[in-house]
Design a protein around this ligand. Structure first.
Ligand SMILES: Cc1cc2nc3c(=O)[nH]c(=O)nc-3n(C[C@H](O)[C@H](O)[C@H](O)COP(=O)(O)OP(=O)(O)OC[C@H]3O[C@@H](n4cnc5c(N)ncnc54)[C@H](O)[C@@H]3O)c2cc1C
Length: 311
């Protein structure tokens, strides 16, 4: 029997789900209002790191699977994924993170820290260059025989009858599409600067949030995490705030040559929604609400989508 499935959404979550379904023998069509470079996924910094997502028992499993998959993808020349030595700083003592065993070479450092930081986690994680990675995902999806169409779905009950199973990967737009009052934007702003260093430096505590992410042709400085803010306009206030915070870690970053400021809205939710809903004429597998961890959880969530589709 033909196994037709429709994935809705062409960001990192929809493309990863589509690829995993194709690899397990499904005929996949993907509808999306926008593709790269016009998705939130394009704005992600992006590093593997569980951030602003829940529940932790699940995100640790999805995250660990994704870490291992992304590590394998470092061997793919055009995927834009590399392992990077990373230092995460804290201003107070910390317990071990729940994801400690997922990453390579985890160590604690307490000496020679910048500013007023008192503790540091040192570990290896991936930097994923989203413009390159999303292109690689689309190429891989097409190579496996997946179909892509630029189309907006207004109502799941009205998608063509050939698709009895739908995978909903519409990110923040599920707020309206599924009438989901639990979804909210967490606005982020980043600065793209000329490349300077090749290690990654982080402070992931929201009020002092600062990340310095090395990429091949530029660097990303972040960030902010503003819940409930829908504005897509970069502000000078946020730019100055980010530069000030990053300069506490690497002095003089506030004098870096700026290429551009970019804003994106993370799909915030109390918990990632990854579950099956059976309606009168369709089965819908929801896969959205990944907060600041869409890339970090992408392959683990895609695996679970396949399990739910195969049930
Ligand atoms: C500044 C910033 C930094 C970030 N850094 C990181 C990071 O370092 N690591 C990390 O893991 N995550 C990071 N994130 C979070 C990450 O970007 C998101 O979690 C992720 O992009 C969500 O992916 P998605 O595919 O669900 O959503 P999206 O990328 O928004 O994709 C949704 C897709 O659905 C389509 N769509 C929507 N509605 C419809 C409809 N009705 N019909 C058809 N198509 C529709 C859209 O056009 C789009 O293609 C960051 C986010 C921001 C803003």
């Amino acid at each position: 029997m033909e196994k037709n499935i429709l994935v809705v959404g062409g960001g990192v979550i929809g493309l990863s789900s589509g690829i995993c379904l194709l690899e397990r023998g499904w005929n996949v069509t993907l509808y999306s209002s926008e593709f790269s470079p016009n998705t939130t996924s394009d704005v992600a910094a992006a590093l593997w790191y569980p951030f602003l997502s829940a529940p932790i028992e699940k995100t640790d499993v999805w995250g660990s699977f994704t870490y291992d998959t992304l590590k394998l993808l470092t061997a793919e020349k055009d995927a834009g994924v590399k392992m990077v030595q990373t230092f995460e700083y804290f201003r107070s003592e910390q317990p071990n993170p729940s994801w400690m065993s997922s990453v390579d070479n985890f160590e604690r450092i307490t000496e020679d820290l910048p500013s007023d930081y008192v503790e540091c986690f040192s570990f290896m994680t991936q930097v994923i260059e989203m413009p390159l990675y999303l292109k690689w995902l689309m190429d891989r999806y097409r190579l496996l025989g997946g179909k892509l169409e630029k189309q907006t779905v207004e109502d799941f009950s009205k998608v063509p009858d050939e698709f009895s199973v739908i995978v909903n990967c519409t990110g923040l737009d599920s707020k309206e599409l599924c009438n989901d009052s639990e979804l909210y934007p967490v606005r982020g702003q980043i600065i793209r600067i000329k490349p300077l260093i090749d290690k990654m430096y982080l402070d992931q505590q929201v009020p002092t949030l600062a990340y310095i992410v090395p990429r091949s042709k530029d660097m990303i400085l972040g960030g902010v995490a503003q819940e409930g803010n829908w504005s897509l306009e970069p502000t000078e206030e946020d730019r100055n705030f980010i530069l000030e915070k990053c300069s506490k870690i690497i002095p003089n970053l506030d004098k870096a040559e700026i290429i551009e400021d970019i804003v994106g809205l993370r799909p915030g939710r109390s918990e990632v929604r990854l579950e099956k809903e059976i309606t009168s004429n369709k089965t819908i597998i929801h896969n959205y609400g990944h907060g600041g961890s869409g890339v970090t959880l992408s392959w683990g969530c895609a695996e679970e989508v396949v399990e739910l589709a195969n049930e």
